[in-house]
Ligand binder design. Structure first.
Ligand SMILES: Nc1nc2c(ncn2[C@@H]2O[C@H](COP(=O)(O)OP(=O)(O)OP(=O)(O)O)[C@@H](O)[C@H]2O)c(=O)[nH]1
Ligand SMILES: [Mg+2]
Length: 338
């Protein structure tokens, strides 16, 4: 994923690399390219506008520093803004202080709910005893799909009794199974839809009320494109999401949802699916993704360099001011920040 975005960013930075000093036109041109690259990657236009504006504010009027090239400076600003919109630090899944911890997986059809339910169960199985529950009674094969995946991974499974048609009842009754088998975590796999409809939302709301979840996790396929933001906003409005799982990061999607879902809903992306196997699940780390997008090796080293070069330039400026007896309010503020 992110290949085309990465290529675009490489070109933008290559264009800046040879320049000794950036003119406002250089910055504007680079920003136009950044905007185009993000829109092409299917990032929601509102998010693009916000990011470009933030980069512009930070890039304009920066002192040119001796030890950092303008390209490196823009690079670090773009990197930091990408991290900011995707979420600074990874956010772990919540564990209920009073067992059982309950996770409810929701999302559109085929997004990866069933697979991710088992992936999560497998991941936590070292320190918890999870139970996966088949609450998707619409598709006859859905219950078997979860049962088979769970069995392969030695995870406890609960499903509907023969003739059972009410997914909320299945979810409620799973609590008894969990109690009897000392499972301290319940993961509810719910039915998907091709599109969001009221019936689905109402069913999920009823389930939420009957079996209050510790986390409601929206599973989003990273191929979803622009629509991902609408999907996330609707689910969030109806259910109050606590986290997003982005799946199929191993595919060739352009990456829009990764960059836009968190920014537009405020809901953190907690996990990333990166393959079909049950162990292909990673903690979503915005810094690593941003690094991949801008195709930069040692970004942390560069960030440190920019930071120290910035303070060095400030110190030089203050020393100059002092020498000339022009110590201003701004200089004092700078000194206080150091
Ligand atoms: N490559 C890849 N494939 C994935 C990933 N996550 C899920 N899949 C595949 O996507 C397809 C759909 O996954 P499911 O888990 O069945 O999706 P779902 O949301 O439960 O689908 P419905 O129950 O029909 O709504 C399956 O073929 C999975 O193997 C991932 O991270 N990477
Ligand atoms: Mg499913």
């Amino acid at each position: 994923m992110f290949d085309s975005l990465k290529e675009r960013f490489e070109n933008i930075f290559a264009g800046l690399r040879g320049k000794g000093k950036l003119t406002p036109e250089d910055i504007n041109e680079a920003l136009r390219e950044v905007r185009r690259a993000l829109l092409e990657a299917d990032v929601n236009y509102k998010v693009v506008k916000d990011v470009v504006e933030a980069i512009k504010v930070r890039a304009t009027g920066r002192t040119v520093l001796d030890s950092v090239t303008p390209a490196q400076l823009i690079f670090t600003i773009v990197y930091e803004e990408l991290v900011r919109i995707m979420g600074e630090a990874p956010v772990p899944l919540a564990i209920s202080p009073k067992p059982p911890t309950i996770y409810m997986m929701v999302g559109l059809q085929g997004s990866g709910k069933t697979t991710t339910a088992v992936k999560i169960a497998k991941r936590v199985a070292k320190s918890h005893k999870p139970l996966v529950v088949a609450c998707d009674l619409r598709r006859p094969a859905a219950v078997d799909q979860l049962r088979v995946l769970a069995e392969k991974s030695n995870i406890h499974f609960w499903g509907p009794e023969p003739g059972e048609t009410d997914p909320v009842r299945v979810a409620s009754r799973s609590r008894k199974y969990a109690e009897d088998h000392l499972c301290d975590m319940i993961i509810l796999d719910t039915a998907g839809r091709l599109q969001m409809d009221d019936e689905l939302m109402t069913e999920l709301e009823t389930m939420k009320a009957a079996v209050p979840p510790t986390e409601i996790l929206l599973v989003v396929d990273s191929m979803t494109g622009q629509e991902a933001v609408n999907v996330a906003e609707t689910f969030h409005r109806r259910l109050g999401l606590t986290g997003v799982v982005l799946t199929k990061l191993d595919g060739d999607a352009r990456g829009g949802p990764a960059l836009a879902v968190r920014a537009s809903t405020g809901v953190p992306i907690k996990l990333a699916g990166c393959g079909e196997k049950t162990e292909d699940l990673e903690v979503f780390d915005a810094k690593r993704i941003a690094q991949r997008i801008i195709g930069m090796g040692d970004i942390e080293g560069l960030l440190e360099k920019v930071q120290s070069a910035t303070s060095e330039a400030d110190i030089n400026r203050m020393t100059e001011s002092l020498k000339k007896n022009r110590f201003t309010m701004e200089d004092m503020l700078l000194q206080l920040q150091l």
